[in-house]
Design a protein around this ligand. Structure first.
Ligand code: ATP
Ligand code: MG
Length: 334
């Protein structure tokens, strides 16, 4: 069971969950000493995250969410770099505590259309963190071995240990996204034919919801980020990759092929988010037409989640305390 404080925070959030069309908030302040992210008061941080967090999928419609949103006057772009740096720095400190406490683990799932900025966001947000405390797993098309197992098998193998942060760059959700858009992929999965019918997507989403509930009950803090880019912005970024020699390597013709299925993808993302957004495994629909803003929201969400855990080094057992005392005596006797 989670400590009651943790649950209480999320309940509080649920009541205040806001939508992107909410009134704009106050300007960034630089004076709050308890700021989880430098220069952003706790209240402002919560307001920012409430705007993009989905904890209940009822009535969720992707078209209600603006990819170009930057939280109005709540965040001043001129402060964005300082905020991001403050967040990255704070995250590094929290991650050390997470490691020392060795009780919770953190799983951050990143999903997006191509060129939405998953890689850059992961790189920037984790730039200050001790690499030994983080694992990043990129999920590509499954290998023959992976195809011989249940669809959550490879995700389960990549989960972070206690004390660690695990980043899924794409994830088990692809099994309800790309595979749903291209059902021929399902045919390669060796499922018994009677289990390969229409209900397969609902069953998979149900399995994911159950899996995430189980992980949460085991002490995994789950944060899921959908980097929400517009079709126009994707086109702009693709063209940039084609026009700029230094960015050519980032372009793949497969990306263009998938772009043709844009509406199908939006539909399946909507279905996936609606079916799996919960207080213990929330989705953040992060506006991603502006990279600076995407990174800021993501770092704020991770910092906020870690801050709620009241991290401190775990209490030593009597034997461990005795061992330390013995080590001290031995050193002093040298
Ligand atoms: P980038 O393009 O920035 O390197 P990426 O995540 O798009 O990042 P790619 O190697 O281009 O990486 O693509 C990985 C591909 O693997 C994606 O098209 C994704 O849909 C696909 N994929 C991931 N999981 C599955 C899955 N379970 N079944 C089929 N395809 C999958
Ligand atoms: Mg790609």
């Amino acid at each position: 069971m989670r400590p009651s404080g943790f649950r209480c925070h999320f309940n509080l959030r649920m009541r205040h969950t806001a939508r992107p069309n909410q009134p704009e908030g106050p300007r960034v302040s630089s004076s709050d000493a308890k700021n989880p992210v430098k220069h952003l008061s706790g209240k402002e941080l919560h307001k920012l995250l409430d705007r993009y967090r989905v904890t209940d999928g009822k009535g969720f419609r992707l078209k209600d969410w603006d990819p170009d949103d930057t939280a109005g006057r709540l965040i001043d772009k001129a402060h964005a770099t300082a905020l991001l740096n403050g967040g990255v720095e704070h995250l590094a400190t929290l991650q050390e505590k997470l490691y020392a406490q060795d009780r919770w683990s953190v799983l951050c799932v990143f999903q997006a259309m191509d060129a939405a900025g998953k890689d850059g966001t992961i790189k920037h947000v984790l730039s200050g963190v001790n690499p030994q405390g983080v694992t990043v797993t990129s999920f590509k098309a499954p290998s023959p071995e992976e195809l011989k197992h249940d669809f959550l098998w490879r995700a389960a193998r990549a989960l972070p240990e206690r004390g660690r942060i695990g980043i899924f760059n794409r994830s088990h959700y692809e099994e309800t996204l790309v595979v749903r858009v291209h059902p021929e992929l399902l045919d390669k999965q060796h499922l018994p034919p009677e289990l390969n019918g229409k209900k397969v997507w609902d069953r998979r989403l149900g399995a994911i919801a159950g899996f995430e509930q189980y992980l949460a009950d085991q002490g995994t803090v789950i944060l899921k980020f959908f980097l929400h880019i517009s079709k126009d912005e994707q086109k702009r970024r693709f063209l940039e990759r084609l026009d700029d020699k230094a960015k050519n390597w980032k372009f793949s013709t497969a990306d263009l092929r998938e772009r043709a299925y844009w509406d199908n993808y939006q539909h399946v993302y909507e279905q996936a988010i609606a079916a799996t957004a919960t207080p213990h495994a929330p989705w953040f629909v992060v506006p991603s037409d502006n990279k600076w803003f995407t990174r800021l929201v993501v770092v704020c969400a991770i910092v906020d989640a870690l801050d709620r855990l009241d991290l401190r080094p775990r209490d030593l057992t009597a034997d461990e305390t005795a061992a330390l005392a013995a080590a001290r005596t031995k050193l002093m006797d040298e």
